[in-house]
Write a protein that binds this ligand. Structure first.
Ligand SMILES: Cc1ncc(COP(=O)(O)O)c(C=O)c1O
Length: 930
């Protein structure tokens, strides 16, 4: 990941951050790079020795590379003291061959992960085995009897000379019955413990023995600053007596999934019941129960490893079951015995069919009314994602959004919503009869896309409602975090200020793209559930009460007529405020769930008021035949994220940094392509920190954390907007080209860009594939232009200008027609969209007008209003430029006429725009009295 001084560089000696404890955020990747580099140097050194050539410089390089690794390796169990001293010995003897062999042995074990199960990897005398097969997919491997491996960090005051003995003791406790294998590693101070959990993702459990020191022997000014600023900890403020529990709190704040154990001489009985001990899984009375501790460690990991639904489904698949229900494919007999579709069985494998059932018995539970394994899996999901409740969805977040909207909204309620949100929200409002009050995201016209909705726009909407007496009808705020293009809100700030205006507001955060964000401390600060937890803590604190009293004394009550209210950071009344947060996420988009696997997460202090409605909405939208494999994959995705989400999400972020830098700094590629920077995606007004770009040499790690803490919007680095207009490609064309020629699939497109995304699946080879493709294309363009002469250059420039400069303005939401508004003169813009939507079901109410027809221009000039009968959603950009009941303005028509995309949902060019007839609108007005 990122260093605290620099964001990572490629593994070249000139730029790579040295993996020392001071560079703890980038440690894992930089560390393997460093071992590989040492391996390369040792081999060249060995070859030079064999040739009898001069080798002094190579020897010095090897010594220095190894020297840099030594302090960092103290935070990892592997390679461990034995292998490290073997390498040191080989260097001391100037034994190039021995050094090369040992370093190759270590480097390959690190790369393949062989040290997790192969004892030979730990032995300096063993030959290096070939572990390449371990990276193959499971069905291509000979067998998989390995027990999962992890590391336990022990924080201890014990003399380091005794550490090996203690590790040996823990190893002796291993039994064949153990489900997992772990190695222990020790550190002696508070600061070293924090570095250990930050830089070693193998750590799953931390054993804290009372009595250790605070300060590391390493020189770590940046760690100290990090602890002070982000964990509010420093040596002076941490009394010796509470060091252990302060450490537990710090670790939980950073990696909440870890199990923490305290070994102490103190009165464990009273300590165990105190708030201080809340982050601890168990408190032991010093070392009197080593076996208990060992079992507790295994049990803790098992609690995360367990996948109740998946485990049961696997068991179910092994049972001989006769099925008389309506799912012939279950058990596979209709497939395996078939003359004609046996290839389906071959392709998908036996288990898929054995694990199919339409039954809800046999421990399979019912998604519609879970009481067994699904219930348990959902509860574990809530724990993992930091929610109070969790529900599984098997039809994508498209359906999850409709469920939540319908659960929280009653007909007539007003929902303040980003007009640019996914269409499932708009359809949700139609179904629920809620009135959307559309607020606009800031436009990024240059890239034909929107950013996110400024907080002032949201506050203004609430204040407008307050001014016109409709605030009581505002039920929810519905926003997308992060947006498709990576704009992350500051959810805590948004909720805090909105709750100051209406303390019982419900928030629906569509985090379809952002589920992974829970699993590292950096993204987590920008998630809905992270914010719900932070606000709950804050509003319950005495310090907040004092802050609130001071705030109230200066601003008084919140008066919508007072212009200062929009500019002031508003604070809610701690006695009135309710935390009511819903988050939907497409687990399948960022975690290892099958397509359509989705989660609904709830942190609602008043959920008892919603639970019944939630159930109804869930019934309304959920199939009575939910897919068992999707449910199982949600269970497994949760397990993975709780055990390795930290490592995987940090790595995905690091790969994104590498891609960003490689493309934007590449002398040839950057002539035609570039990745949009935070400065391009987030206007300065919302980027208080002033951060312009991520990664070395633009921003330090500290700058990034600062920006993510303070700025109104931050850009998720894993979402990479690749501008291809400069190479003469529009987004759709470029997407096709990447897929056809380079086998690269990407996410969405805009007029002049494509969106790439790194996730937990990506490797550095994927990054290399992309960079190579861009370099090839850039070379081809250069060649074409040089062969084609000035004429080709002119045509190319014209194409680039049309893509990059002549971009159509994005049309804002205009307004609902008066007949759909309760108060047409009011400042707010909500409307009864559902009425308009269903009016269009009657053909007699509708008319069609061709887009090119002069009738449109005539009506825009002199009326009657053009009123859309349905949603019109062009892809790209993918948001509705017309919604039912919306008055169509010239901006929208100009945009439509300039659009050169093929896919426009809700519009058929041959028929034209579907409009509600003026006569139908008049009749509706008469009926409703509006
Ligand atoms: C913001 C947002 N919400 C919801 C969805 C729908 O999610 P799913 O594809 O899981 O149905 C999408 C899909 O692209 C989306 O971008």
């Amino acid at each position: 990941m990122i260093t605290d001084t620099t964001v990572p560089s490629p593994p070249s000696p000139a730029t790579a951050p040295t993996p020392t404890p001071a560079t703890f955020f980038s440690a894992t990747e930089a560390r393997t790079d460093q071992w590989r580099q040492l391996c390369a140097v040792a081999r060249v050194w060995q070859a030079a020795m064999a040739r009898g050539a001069s080798e002094d410089g190579l020897f010095t390089d090897a010594v220095s590379l190894f020297g840099e690794l030594v302090p960092l390796e103290a935070f990892f169990a592997y390679p461990g003291p034995r292998l490290m001293s073997a390498v040191q010995g080989a260097l001391a003897e100037r034994n190039a061959g021995g050094c090369a062999r040992l370093v190759q042995h270590i480097s390959s074990a690190l790369l393949t992960g062989a040290y997790r199960h192969d004892r030979a990897a730990w032995d300096p005398l063993q030959e290096d085995a070939d572990h390449a097969a371990e990276l193959l997919p499971p069905d291509l491997q000979a067998g998989n009897g390995h027990r999962p491996y992890f590391e336990t960090l022990v924080v201890t005051p014990e003399d380091p000379a005794q550490w090996e003995r203690a590790r040996h003791l823990l190893r002796r406790l291993r039994r064949s019955e153990d489900a997992f294998v772990y190695e222990a590693l020790q550190v002696g101070t508070f600061e070293d413990a924090v570095i250990g959990v930050i830089c070693n993702p193998n750590v799953q459990a931390v054993v804290i023995r009372d009595g250790f020191e605070y300060r590391s022997r390493h020189d770590l000014p940046l760690l100290r600053e990090f602890l002070q600023r982000h964990l509010k900890l420093d040596e002076a403020g941490t009394e010796p007596g509470v060091l252990a529990t302060a450490l537990a709190r710090a670790i939980k704040g950073y990696r909440p999934e870890l199990d923490l154990y305290l070994l102490t001489d103190r009165a464990v009985e009273s300590l165990a019941g105190s708030d201080e001990a809340a982050p601890l899984r168990r408190v032991f009375h010093n070392v009197e129960e080593v076996m208990e501790l060992h079992l507790a460690i295994l049990d803790g990991v098992n609690d995360r490893y367990e996948t109740p639904y998946f485990d049961n489904l696997k068991k179910y698949a092994q049972r001989p079951i006769g099925t008389f229900h309506a799912l012939p494919i279950a058990r596979g007999k209709s497939v395996f015995r078939s003359n004609w579709i046996r290839d389906m069985g071959h392709f998908y494998g036996t288990n898929l069919f054995l694990a199919e059932s339409s039954a809800t018995t046999g421990g399979l539970d019912s998604l519609l009314e879970p009481t067994g394994t699904i219930k348990k899996a959902q509860d574990m999901t809530a724990r993992a994602f930091g929610a109070r409740r969790a529900y599984f969805g098997t039809n994508g977040t498209s359906t999850s959004n409709k469920i939540v909207v319908q659960a929280i909204c009653r007909p007539g309620d007003i929902v303040i919503v980003d007009r640019n949100c996914h269409k499932s929200h708009h359809y949700g409002f139609v179904l629920a009869g809620a009135q959307p009050y559309y607020v606009e995201a800031y436009p990024l016209t240059e890239f034909s896309m929107y950013g996110a909705v400024p907080l002032t726009a949201i506050k203004k909407a609430l204040l407008d409602c307050k001014a016109q007496g409709t605030l009581h009808k505002v039920r929810a705020i519905d926003l997308t975090n992060c947006t498709f293009d990576g704009h992350m809100y500051n959810p805590a700030r948004v909720m805090e200020e909105c709750l100051a205006i209406k303390p019982d507001l419900i928030f629906l955060w569509d985090e379809a793209w952002f589920g992974f964000a829970r699993f590292n401390a950096f993204h987590r600060r920008r998630t809905a559930m992270g914010a719900a937890a932070a606000l709950t803590r804050k509003f319950h604190s005495q310090a907040y009460r004092t802050e609130y009293e001071a705030f109230k004394a200066t601003i008084g009550s919140i008066d919508p007529g007072n212009p200062a209210v929009l500019r002031t950071h508003l604070l809610p009344d701690p006695d009135a405020v309710r935390i009511r947060v819903y988050q939907t996420c497409s687990t399948h988009k960022s975690m290892s769930a099958l397509r359509q696997g989705s989660m609904m997460l709830v942190w609602d202090e008043d959920f008892h008021q919603v639970e019944g409605c939630f159930e109804e909405a869930f019934f309304a939208h959920t199939s009575t035949s939910p897919n068992l494999q999707i449910i199982a994959s949600l269970d497994v995705a949760r397990r993975q994220m709780e055990l390795e989400g930290y490592e995987l999400t940090m790595r995905a972020t690091e790969i994104a940094f590498r891609i960003r830098r490689e493309i934007n700094q590449h002398p040839l590629i950057s002539r035609y392509f570039r990745i949009a920077t935070p400065a391009e995606m987030v206007p300065g007004a919302f980027r208080e920190s002033g951060i312009r770009d991520y990664g070395w040499p633009h921003a330090t790690w500290r700058d990034l954390v600062d920006a993510w803490d303070r700025d109104e919007f931050a850009l998720d680095p894993t979402r990479l907007t690749l501008i291809c207009g400069g190479a003469g490609f529009d987004g759709t064309q470029f997407k096709g080209l990447l897929a056809e020629r380079f086998d690269i699939q990407i996410n969405k497109t805009s007029r002049n860009s494509v969106l790439l995304q790194t996730n937990i699946n990506n490797t550095r080879s994927d990054a290399a594939l992309l960079v190579k493709a861009l370099a090839d294309l850039a070379r081809e363009i250069e060649q074409r232009l040089s062969l084609g002469g000035p004429e080709a250059q002119r045509a190319f420039d014209a194409r680039v200008t049309s893509l990059m400069t002549d971009v159509p303005d994005l049309p804002n939401f205009s307004r609902f027609h008066d007949v759909f508004r309760d108060d047409p003169g009011g400042a707010s813009n909500e409307g009864h969209m559902r009425e308009a939507f269903f009016m269009a079901y009657d053909e007699a109410n509708c008319e069609f007008v061709k887009l090119a027809s002069p009738d449109i221009d005539e009506r825009l000039k002199s009326g009657p209003d053009l009123v859309s009968a349905n949603f019109v959603i062009p892809y790209p950009p993918g948001f509705p430029i017309m919604v039912p009941g919306q008055v169509i303005t010239s901006d929208t028509i100009t945009f439509m006429r300039k659009l050169d995309v093929k896919e426009i949902h809700g519009y058929h060019a041959a028929q034209g725009l579907k409009l509600l007839k003026p006569s139908a609108l008049a009749a509706h007005a008469a009926r409703t009295g509006r």
